[in-house]
Design a protein. Structure first.
Length: 438
């Protein structure tokens, strides 16, 4: 009976093993151990943040390769072509490149739109720049599309004004030398270029009075306040409160990016950006707001609900592996439960079947005892019964619920064995030589 139990469990293990192999064919392949991210120029804010991501991901044994570019437009082009898997993209550039196949993993931080103009000019609204020489950002940069869009909203066009495609450094230099009248910059308040322009008394920072009109029109824009002395308290820079428009930098990915890489990147950017900055409150970013591209559903859930139960208690690589294997649990559970339920009835049936087999042998022998006249046949049946008795005694794994039948069978074997021995004695007497009378 113990052997029967082993056979049943071997069948269950074999079925589960085959099911495991079949289910494994549907498990998502493991994620790659490296990807490429596109940023702005070396030394810029985007590149600096990417270097910090790279450093933190290296501790997770994941390689993030950085691809510097001229700006957000070029980043988007490289994303579309598949040269990179993710990129840091400035808000307001989404319409420059078709968005099919691209998704947002969340916005990261504010990037104020700085418009500096020479103080000699009288500029209260952007339409006052009509006819002026304006630096709108170089080709491929994120500054250019947003600057051109805001100017066009105010009927400032290339046919009635002079647009210059200059880098931020070149725009600052030409503004200082008087070669241009105004310049657009989209960058961090801590930027050296911004600080130098704020200090220079020849320039004035544009104040967006109609910030609500712009932010209600464009989902990627919001307003930020640069208070008096906020940049440099000691030098009181700026000298008065200013309201600026701000785009948001976002992490954009191809829609074929592996889900586990999405979680790994978000875990990293949360560590980097959750503390906030001069313009951002603690915990405000990363965010699902101020995005231009469709939000990745896994990223949305992660940012809104936090990490999953597995991700909260296991290292990310282990949680990722367990999450990929969960698809195997459904078919395995579906097969295991019926097998488990059927194992015990099958085991009970195997025990009862063996008992019935023994009783079958017992009945066969018992029915022949009285009709057997050969002494040798009775001896053979006695040996057969003793072998059966030894086999039965060797069955030590009988369930308690069957012990009554087990001991009843042993008693019946003993009873038939006694009948055989009696029959043997009768035949022995009948074959013994009779005494001769003298």
């Amino acid at each position: 009976m113990k052997c029967d139990s082993c056979k049943i469990w071997l069948i269950i293990v074999a079925v589960l093993s085959v099911s495991f192999i079949i289910a494994y064919q549907f498990v998502e392949p493991p994620p790659p151990d490296e990807i490429r991210i596109a940023t702005g120029r070396k030394g810029g804010g985007y590149h600096t943040f990417a270097v910090e991501y790279q450093k933190r991901l290296k501790a997770e044994e994941f390689q993030l390769n950085i691809q510097p570019t001229a700006g957000s437009i070029e980043v988007l082009k490289q994303l579309k072509s598949g040269e990179v898997s993710v990129g840091i993209v400035q808000g307001g550039t989404g319409k420059a490149v078709p968005s099919e196949g691209l998704q947002s993993l969340g916005s990261l931080f504010y990037e104020p739109i700085w418009v500096f103009y020479r103080k000699a000019l009288s500029v209260e609204y952007l339409f006052d720049l009509r006819g002026k020489r304006i630096a709108v950002g170089e080709e491929g940069s994120g500054t250019r599309p947003i600057a051109v869009q805001l100017l066009q909203d105010n009927q400032v066009m290339p046919d009635n004004s002079h647009f210059f495609g200059l880098s931020s450094k070149e725009a600052a230099q030409q503004l200082a030398t008087g070669k241009i009248d105004a310049a657009f910059f989209v960058m961090s308040p801590q930027s050296k270029i911004i600080l130098e322009l704020l200090i220079n008394q020849e320039f004035e920072l544009f104040n967006f009075k109609r910030h609500l009109a712009y932010s209600s029109r464009y989902s990627f824009l919001t307003d930020v306040k640069i208070g008096e002395g906020m940049i440099d308290l000691e030098k009181n820079i700026p000298g008065e409160d200013k309201t600026l428009l701000a785009a948001t930098a976002s992490l954009v990915a191809r829609d074929d990016l592996h889900d586990d890489i999405v979680y790994l990147l978000l875990n990293t950017v949360i560590q980097v950006h959750k503390a906030g900055g001069m313009l951002e409150k603690e915990g405000q970013f990363p965010s699902t707001q101020f995005i231009e591209f469709p939000m990745n559903q896994n990223a949305h859930h992660y940012l809104e609900q936090g990490p999953s139960w597995l991700q909260s208690i296991f290292p990310l690589w282990l949680a990722s592996a367990l999450d990929r294997l969960k698809i195997m649990l459904i078919p395995l559970i579906a097969i295991f439960i019926p097998l488990l339920k059927g194992a015990f009835p099958l085991y009970r049936w195997s025990i009862r079947f063996k008992i019935f087999r023994w009783y079958g042998i017992l009945r066969e022998i018992d029915s022949k005892i009285d009709g057997t006249a050969e002494f040798e046949t009775i001896q053979a049946e006695i040996q057969r019964m003793k072998s059966l008795q030894k086999e039965l005694i060797g069955q030590v794994s009988v369930p308690l619920s069957y012990m009554g039948e087990f001991y009843g069978l042993r008693m019946h074997i003993q009873l038939v064995l006694k009948r055989l021995e009696e029959r043997q004695q009768d035949l022995s007497c009948s074959h013994a030589p009779k005494a001769v009378k003298v």
